[in-house]
Design a protein around this ligand. Sequence first.
Ligand SMILES: [Zn+2]
Length: 162
Amino acid sequence: MNLQPMDEQTREVRARLMKQVTTMQEAGECPTCHGSVYPPAMNRVIYEDEIVLCLLETYPRNPGHTIVMVKAHYNDISELPPEVAASVFSTIQRAIHALKTHLRAEKVYLCTMCDGKRNHLHFQLIPRLPGDEIRGSRLFVKERQLLTDYNDDVLALRRLMA
Ligand SMILES: [Zn+2]
């Protein structure tokens, strides 16, 4: 995989997307459940079952930045039934193992944001790679880039998650 600095056009595309997301959230609509906001991304999916979808982030902060999206709508962790939470965290653990193996990540950080008036529960996994500064929170605010050349990585991660 390759991370490229975002050019002006890519920044505009992302800014429009984020504006649309915010507008919908302010209106009490969930952009994820709505289905038409986020572009189809099946070529970035590394794992899927009936509960979650795991995919590489389009605009990653570090190589291997992965989104674990819970398919059903929950606003945050507090709403997860215990059996769903167990399944989600089992998948997160497997994804972390896969990212560590594939990218030789030293650690994989886990973050969940609950922004907006209507948040769709998802988790962000951000690998810390050899050479990255060991000040974890800085990975969460590192500049987003554009993910390219990821097909082989998706296939490898799919195999590791299988
Ligand atoms: Zn939703």
